[in-house]
Every structure is written in structure tokens, then in C-alpha cells.
Write a new protein. Sequence first.
Length: 243
Amino acid sequence: YQRRVRALFSSGRMVSLRLQKRLAASVLKVGKRKIWLDPNETSEISMANSRQNIRKLVKDGFIIRKPTVSQSRSRIRKNQAAKAKGRHMGPGKRRGTKDARMPSKTIWIRRMRVLRRLLRKYREAKKIDRHLYHELYMKSKGNVFRNKRVLMEYIWKAKSEQAKEKTLSDQAQARRQKNRQMRDKKTVQTVKKEGKAKEDAPKAAPKATAKKTAAAKKPAAPKKASASSAKKATPAPKKAAKK
């Protein structure tokens, strides 16, 4: 076979590479029209008469599998870029009603997903607690927030109000604690005073009893009758009987 090939080259006739193309298509698992044979290496390629030789030539780059031919998307990309800017979107290009072109339900679903994703993210990051999360979730479901920016502003205001309420409650708690401590201090002082008074009472008791006994031993002085009592005691003189 090699002698025959050499003879063909020496004679100047064109070498047929149909066998090599068929074997290459079988090895690369594509059609024969997808096989490219290097025109500068025809002598080397024509010597290959087995699949093993074809694999070696593929490895060396003498036989290549052509890329798949597809329609160019350059014009489509150009048109889409123009439409993104608002070109080719006038009344003459529109087909269908506004709700048919972009359903309101689709817009609603997208908005809800955006808002709920933000709430979930804030809750996982501990920026909002579960109570505020639930409140905002229900508000977003009730169409309170038009977009993500409005929801974020509402969260900032709610958090500032919560912080303000917390500081006020902490101040009130501190005042209550201080008042309680003052009351406890006063009660302790009063208890101490009462205890001291009870300790001093037994010492003063013997003196008082001694005074009482001394007063009991003295004889009682006769009481002077008062003028009014003397008048009551002496009977009034009887008037003379009339003749």
C-alpha cells in the first residue's frame, strides 16, 4: 500500500483520502463532512490505513473535527440591546393588551419574592426579630410596601422607634430600681432605730418602778374641801314661820 502511495506521488497524481476521512469520521463519531484533513500533510495522512494511525494523526492535529455551524446571534443581540434601551417598543410594535404582554400577577409574584427575600435575609442576619419579621411579612402581603426601598425605610424607622422605646423603658426601670433601693434603705434604718429603742427600754424601766414604789410608801395628804363642796354640805337655815 505504501509503495502504491509513493508511486502515485512520484507520478504527480492527486492522492485520494476517502479511506482516511471515513476512518476519521468513525473514530471521532461525526459525519464525513465534519472532518478536516490538513492539506499540507496529505502524504502523512495518506500513509494511515488503520484506526490507530488515525487516532495518532488526530492527536498530532493533522485531522481535526470541524465545529458545529449555527446561526449567528449577533443581530439578535444587537436588537435586544436596542430594545433594552426602549427602541422598537412603540405602539406600532405592540401586540396584545398591557396585561397580556406583562401579567399583573407576574409583577405581583416578583415583588413578593423580592420583599420576602429581603425579610428573610434581615432575619437571618439578626437585624430584625421574629415579631417584626411577622409584622412586616403580613404588611407586605397586604400591599403596604411598593418596592424594596420603601420596605427598608420602614424597617429603619421601626428599629429607631424600638431603640427609643427601649432606652425609655431602661431609664424607667433604673428609676424604679433606685426608688426601691431608697425604700429598702429607709426600712433598714427604721428597723435599726426600733431595735435601739427596744434595747434602751429595759434600762429605763427600773428607775420608773423605783419612783412608783417611793410614791406608794408616802402617806396620802388629806384633801382640802373646796368652797363649793362646803356650801353643799352645810344645810341652809330655815326661814321663820309666819305668824
